[in-house]
Design a protein. Sequence first.
Length: 549
Amino acid sequence: MPEHVPTVERAISGPFSTTASFEDEQLELLRERCRLLFVTGLAICGIAFVVNLLIPEYKLYLESPLLRFKWATSAAAHAASFLVALGLLYLFCRRSPKYLHAIAYATMAFNIVLLTSGHVAFQPDKDPGLGVSLLLFLAAAFIPWRPSYQWALAAMAAIWFLLLQGLLQATLSEFQLFWAQRGGAEAARANVIWGVTAIAMLGGASAMVSHTLYNLKKTAHRAKRLGKYLIHGEIGEGGMGQVYFAQHSLICRPTAVKVMRPSEDGRTALARFEREIRVSATLTHPNTITIYDVGWTPERSLYYAMEYLEGLDLQQLVEKYGPLSPERVVHILKQAAGSLEEAHSRNIIHRDIKPSNIFLTRRGGIYDFVKVLDFGLAKQIKSDTASAITKTGMLFGTPRYLAPETVYGTEKIDGRADLYCLGGVAYWMLTARPVFTSETSVEVVIDHVKTIPDRPSEVSELSIPAELEDIVMRCLEKKPSDRYQTARDLESALDAVPFSDSWNRSKAEDWWNLHGIIGDGARDYDCYFPGSDFEAGEEVPLGTAEPAA
């Protein structure tokens, strides 16, 4: 095997998990930023303590023994909060970004409340702007979070400053005497207004800083390079990996990049992922997802690039818009059957046909164009390698869309299992409910083996042609021999369903335009040739652009 192609052992023995290049990298960066923030807070507490020791003539305005005790302990409380935050950071070091944000926010909020309380109690005529601004800008500079966090911290500081001023004015005689000697209620009111205004301005400034840094972080994430592809963001998950929206760095083609998800059984998962790529790459039917490229991440994670689809899958379509008209169901089924016909002719069965794996998009101005997705569980009937990866006795597929013969594990599984699942998809489109609705997966599996389903017309509010209903029920027969024997047979039966007004290209386009499903999301990013000085629209001589790293 060539040196540049990792073996299975090399791919799963690296120091990083298979998606370390994205989520783990971001999490580690955030963890390091939190650590730096808390250590910096501890250092500031130490400096403040030393400065107070060097200024023994420091005079408190309020000579209350209780307040003097609180003043002496406030520095220790600040330091303790940062130490606790560091402890939580190391104790639960593998938590999510939300957890780390929560620790940072709670720590900074506690210190802002403590600092504001000290200023109101010990220096009532001084606004806490310096200390609050230090804490706000530390958080904004170190933690890459949304500006709303900064606004929340500032709002809390302002509200607490206002409430504490009023509370001490109403309950503490020393506080009342202090302001009586300095102009009374009018002076106290002016002090509160200025303090709240100063905190609000500081909060706005820190939010702008946070906004700038947060956008820089998002830009850096969007500019993540994976081989020849520039990653712009995550768009979803497939059966075996996470999917990202990307663009080819040279030809700027919108692309979906699927990166293998980490698995405890790394060797088997890698073999399945490789098989998904090989199987999908051998299929050329226009209704099957197209594979463009394959590669390895720097962390030795396998990925592949495929055509980027705009639209929605049948699960989303029916959940959002309800059951489909029978003529539209036939239009979709014929395309899906065409994709399966090619796969079955190559002795490949999909084994996971379900609504979420049948995607509707627009191709070449044609709407309601079907793409069959996710061949991650596909199996070549005559392949010894596939049978080694998918052992007898293991149940593959989705319980709601599962052929009865796959449950036993003793019968030979062939393309008729996919036709059963496709019948379940047709049932879903016509009725907006799966064939069997039992609550547990075990009960659903038993239903597939033993229970005769209700006819779609008994469930749906739509008028369903008897010929189409018969086709669906035949696909859902328990015995493979009672179903259509090939996808082509199913297509022929669908062609014979009589409609007075069939679903056509014009109707599909009108429906998609009415609901505004496809936008210009794939064109939101500028198309450019990295490393070149060509302006947009200028003719680029072939071969002059530098190859992607």
